[in-house]
Design a protein around this ligand. Structure first.
Ligand code: ADP
Length: 415
């Protein structure tokens, strides 16, 4: 809202605006340093492109212009609003939450007001205190409007993302329902046929097998769905544990299965002692490790699975994250079947390994689950044999860095 020009202290406003403009680079540097320290991401990622870095001084220019010219409005058409919205889009793509974004602006306001408070002391002339307050009010408005532009754009993008996720989940439900329906139809048809008098004993056996196979498949899909809903319920309570504990728990749960297949499951002893969401990490590890056991290579005299983790980034593509890798020396995945691995119901060894019971849902559930907390899931294909399945969870908290510094191992490696 433009300020009433008849009471506006034009002269003082122009002086303050010019000083603000003159110091913009210095203010931007201060802001950059404080953001970087707060969110533990590299300064390269705070404003990753030159273009964005150039936008920040423009935000300060916009604030100065708004102060100098009381007739000027900050609306959708103002260039400064476009820059503020781009900042919102950037932070959204980096997985920030609205609170972190508001904190950034709070820091910018603190820096600008501290600078102006010092500047006010050095302004020659005897301007009434009221004039200073009018200027302060106008500055506060400018900051507020820019913050609103950034945050409302950020929230628009977040809500679009939630819609997209809902659509994906709906599609997932449809696919699963379709699969369950197929199982039920097969069971119904086979049991109806069984009741017929014309069925001879050899056919009877075939129908019984159909019923047993489909009932087992139903059971497994239902177990998968149950584990997925358990993570979602647990995540709401957000039970956090240290990563080494989550890994030990997952391995303990799979002890019998590993023993039955003669697979040795190892957990690296330098897993970073960082707090993770227990439900998410245990679900992912259980899926990956049980696959490694299931798809182990009987021909190998020693069969093993190994769980390791590192803290990686930040780099220009990703923020700091904990990357957890499950490697095995199992049967591996043929090159032409790697692309679809994480798709629902996709099974890469359907025709070659007939004794490995499964639904093809595990990997898609892992991906869905880690993505819901801002992580990623993927497979790596080492030269030679075996496979590596990995997932990451964001690690932007200061406590994580402190935890890493505490371990002599990691300190030695200079992470
Ligand atoms: P499934 O219930 O079939 O195990 P998943 O979604 O967990 O379903 O895995 C999809 C497919 O990926 C599996 O059917 C298998 O072909 C392949 N796969 C997963 N993990 C491994 C592994 N460690 N080694 C070899 N193949 C694997």
């Amino acid at each position: 809202m433009p300020t009433d020009p008849s009471v506006y202290p034009f002269e003082l406003a122009a002086i303050l605006a010019d000083r603000l403009r003159g110091a913009k680079q210095e203010l931007v540097t201060q802001w950059l340093e404080r953001i970087t320290a707060r969110v533990a991401i590299s300064s390269k990622r705070v404003f990753p492109t030159h273009e964005l870095l150039n936008h920040v001084p423009l935000l300060i220019e916009g604030i100065a212009g708004y102060l100098k010219r009381p007739e000027r409005d900050i609306d959708d058409k103002a260039p400064v609003v476009a820059k503020a919205m781009e900042l919102g889009a950037l932070r959204h793509s980096q997985g920030f939450d609205a609170y972190e974004l508001l904190k950034e602006y709070e820091m910018l306001a603190t820096i600008i007001f501290a600078f102006l408070a010092d500047t006010a002391e050095t302004i020659p002339g005897d301007y009434p205190r009221r004039d200073f307050l009018v200027c302060w009010e106008r500055l506060g408005q400018a900051m507020e409007l820019i913050r609103q532009a950034t945050v409302s754009h950020f929230l628009r993008l977040s809500s679009a993302q939630i819609n997209e996720r809902e659509n994906r989940l709906r599609k997932f439900n449809r696919t699963v329902a379709h699969e369950l329906k197929n199982n039920v139809s097969a069971i119904t048809a086979a049991s109806t046929a069984l009741a017929e008098e014309w069925v001879d004993p050899s056919e009877k056996k075939e129908f019984e097998d159909i019923i047993a196979r489909n009932a087992e498949s139903l059971q497994r899909v239902l177990e998968n769905l149950e584990s997925l809903s358990r993570t979602q319920a647990d995540s709401r309570h957000c039970r956090n544990v240290l990563l080494p504990e989550a890994a030990t728990e997952a391995v303990r749960e799979l002890e019998d299965a590993a023993k039955a297949k003669g697979v040795n499951v190892r957990v690296a002893d330098d897993l970073p002692p960082i707090e993770v969401d227990a439900a998410v990490v245990e679900l992912c590890l259980m899926n990956y490790v049980s696959n490694s056991i299931k798809y182990s290579d009987e021909a190998k005299p020693e069969r093993w699975v190994s769980i390791a983790a590192t803290v990686e980034g930040p780099d220009t593509e990703h923020d700091r994250e904990i990357v957890i890798r499950v490697s095995d020396n199992g049967i591996g995945i043929p090159a032409d079947r790697r692309q679809q691995l994480f798709q629902e119901f996709y099974r890469a060894h359907d025709d070659t390994v007939t004794d490995a019971a499964g639904t093809g849902l595990g990997l898609s559930i892992v991906r869905e689950t880690v993505e819901s907390i801002g992580g990623r899931a993927w497979a790596e294909f080492p030269a030679g044999d075996g496979s590596v399945f990995a997932f990451s969870v964001p690690s932007r908290r200061r406590e994580d860095i402190a935890a890493l510094k505490e371990t002599p191992e990691t300190a030695k490696e200079g992470r």
